[in-house]
Ligand binder design. Structure first.
Ligand code: ADP
Ligand code: C5P
Length: 242
C-alpha cells in the first residue's frame, strides 16, 4: 500500500469526503454516543457545530399504547418519526433554523409546548441507535462513526441510567432489554455497523479517537473559512460540507 494511503489524514479525508456537512454517530444503547458527541462539541468550542439526537424524534405513544407500554418496542425503526427527522436535518443543511421536539423518557412522549431551537450551522452531528439504518438518513451526511462498547458495560450503564434518570425499576429495565433492546441491537444496530467509516472502541474513554475526529473537523472548518475569504483563489468547494 502506498505510504500516503496509510496516513490518518488520508483515512479521515476518505471517510468524510471533500464535502463535509456533518457526522452521524451510531452504536448500541448506552454505548457512549451522547458522551462522545458532547466531548467533540466541547473540544471544538465552535458555534458552527450543532447536535441533533434521533431520540428527539421518537413518536409519542397514544393512550392505548401507554397502557401497555411494557409491550412497546422502542428499539424498532418504526418507533421513530424518520420523515420528520429527515425534514429537520434537510432544513438545517439548507440554512434554516429548526425547532427540535423535546422527548420525555418518563412519559414516553414529546413535550406539547416546548421545543429546542437549533440554528442553522455548518456542521451537524446526528446521534442515535438507528442513524445508519435508514438509507436516506445514512446518506444525509458523510462521516459515519460507530461507538463500539461491550454489551455488558452497556447493560450496566443502562440499568444505572434508566433507574436514576428515567424513572424505571431494575426488573423492567432487564425485561425490556431481553425482550426488545438486545434483539433489536442484533437485528438492526449491529448489521448497520458495516456502514461506519470510523469505529471508536470504548466510547468516551477513547481520547485518541476523539482528538483525531476533532482535529479533522477543525481542518475542514478552516478550509471552509478560506473558501469564504478567497472565493476565487482558494477553490476547494463552493459549498461547505463534512
Ligand atoms: P448513549 O448516548 O450511547 O445512550 P451515553 O453517552 O448517554 O450513551 O451514556 C450512557 C450512560 O453511561 C450515561 O449515564 C453516561 O453518563 C454513562 N457513560 C458514558 N460513557 C461513560 C464512560 N466512558 N464511563 C463511565 N460512564 C459512562
Ligand atoms: O440513549 P439511548 O441510545 O440508549 O436511547 C435509545 C434507547 O432508549 C432505546 O434502546 C430504547 O429502548 C430506550 N427508550 C426507552 N423508553 C422510551 C424511549 C426509548 O426505554 N420511551
Amino acid at each position: 500500500m502506498p505510504e500516503e494511503t496509510n496516513s490518518i489524514d488520508y483515512i479521515m479525508e476518505k471517510a468524510s469526503g471533500p464535502h463535509f456537512s456533518g457526522l452521524r454517530v451510531s452504536g448500541g444503547t448506552a454505548s457512549g454516543k451522547t458522551t462522545v458527541c458532547d466531548m467533540i462539541i466541547q473540544q471544538l468550542h465552535d458555534h458552527r457545530v450543532v447536535l441533533v439526537n434521533q431520540d428527539s424524534f421518537y413518536r409519542g405513544l397514544n393512550t392505548e399504547e401507554l397502557k401497555r407500554v411494557h409491550e412497546y418496542n422502542f428499539d424498532h425503526p418504526d418507533a421513530f418519526d424518520t420523515e420528520q427527522l429527515l425534514e429537520c436535518v434537510e432544513k438545517l443543511k439548507s440554512g434554516q433554523s429548526v425547532q427540535v421536539p423535546i422527548y420525555d423518557f418518563k412519559q414516553h412522549r414529546r413535550s406539547s409546548d416546548s421545543f429546542r431551537q437549533v440554528n442553522a450551522s455548518d456542521v451537524i452531528i446526528l446521534e442515535g441507535i438507528l442513524v445508519f439504518h435508514d438509507q436516506r438518513v445514512r446518506n444525509l451526511m458523510n462521516m459515519k462513526i460507530f461507538v463500539d462498547t461491550d454489551a455488558d458495560v452497556r447493560l450496566a450503564r443502562r440499568i444505572r441510567r434508566d433507574t436514576v434518570e428515567r424513572g424505571r425499576d431494575v426488573n423492567s429495565v432487564l425485561e425490556q432489554y431481553a425482550k426488545f433492546v438486545k434483539p433489536a441491537f442484533d437485528d438492526f444496530v449491529l448489521p448497520s455497523k458495516k456502514y461506519a467509516d470510523v469505529i471508536i472502541p470504548r466510547g468516551g474513554d477513547n481520547h485518541v479517537a476523539i482528538d483525531l475526529i476533532v482535529q479533522h473537523i477543525r481542518t475542514k472548518l478552516g478550509e471552509h473559512d478560506l473558501c469564504k475569504i478567497y472565493p476565487n483563489v482558494y477553490v476547494i468547494q463552493s459549498t461547505f460540507q463534512i
